[in-house]
Design a protein around this ligand. Structure first.
Ligand code: SF4
Length: 260
């Protein structure tokens, strides 16, 4: 798995989630990554997503070791993640009337839904694995100072296909536009040369559901994704950080500072 090795050179690093974060709101990127502002709270969705991720990582880690994981162990992993998160600062922003017990119950329901619907791979090659990728400006061929980094949830084989698995916890099923244009999919495929990226979206709907999406990006789409990364880095270097008000402001962890 050559792509899983760290590239052998010193470099500044920018993660795929930082690039996506800039795309969603440059001002929030500035507060978080440039100014190092202290967040006012943590989003309940974020800590819930981390808890589910922890359980799913345990699932694939056990499979990698040739063990069939016990459901209860995975529920417990999610529970512990949430309990630990609740002890830390800043506080978790709960919705009106929501409690930590509600989050715990939701986490277990989501992990249960995943276990009921997931397709087990033929082989698990790696779990929670970092990658580092040189960013080559497509037009000039210049290798940028920054390297792109990320954490791949799991790399598996289905038959002969090398497949990257990416886990998402979402309020609802992803729209077709999200599936068609999500930057992460193209970049992960570019970084790994995988046959496809499988998004495993656990939806926090009234009746939770698991949506599996096998996504393949063409060479052209991968190239376009790298161009977006280059232009985002241009904007960051130029100090171009504008607020992008929208639905995310409601739970934004820098809301007061954004306005201040
Ligand atoms: S409050 Fe809204 S505009 Fe301001 S940083 Fe947060 S998401 Fe961006």
């Amino acid at each position: 798995m050559e792509f899983l090795q760290a590239a052998d050179r010193a470099a500044l690093h920018v993660s795929v989630s930082q690039i996506k974060g800039f795309q969603s709101c440059p001002r929030r990127y500035q507060l978080r990554h440039v100014l190092g502002a202290k967040p006012e709270h943590r989003s309940a969705n974020l800590v819930l997503g981390t808890a589910v991720h922890t359980a799913l990582a345990g699932f694939y880690q056990a499979l990698k070791g040739g063990v069939v994981p016990a459901d209860e162990e995975l529920f417990e992993a999610a529970r512990l993640s949430l309990v630990e998160a609740a002890k830390q600062d800043p506080p978790i922003l709960l919705e009106d009337g929501e409690t930590l017990a509600d989050l715990l119950a939701t986490a277990e329901a989501l992990v249960r839904t995943f276990l009921a619907g997931v397709e087990r791979p033929d082989e698990v090659l790696a779990v929670e694995v970092p990658f580092f990728m040189d960013i080559i400006e497509p037009d000039s061929g210049v290798i940028l100072e920054e390297q792109l980094t990320g954490y791949i949830d799991a790399v598996v084989r289905f038959g002969d296909d090398l497949v990257v698995l990416e886990h998402k916890t979402a309020a609802r099923a992803w729209s077709q536009d999200q599936l068609d244009f999500d930057l992460q999919v193209a970049l992960y495929q570019a970084a790994t040369d995988a046959a496809r990226v499988r998004l495993q979206v656990v939806c926090k709907t009234r009746v939770p559901k698991l949506m599996l999406h096998d996504l393949v990006r063409s060479q052209q789409e991968q190239r376009e994704a790298v161009v977006i990364v280059c232009r985002v880095l241009d904007a960051i270097r130029a100090g171009a950080f504008w607020p992008a008000p929208g639905w995310a402001c409601k739970t934004c962890e820098y809301r007061k500072q954004c306005r201040g």
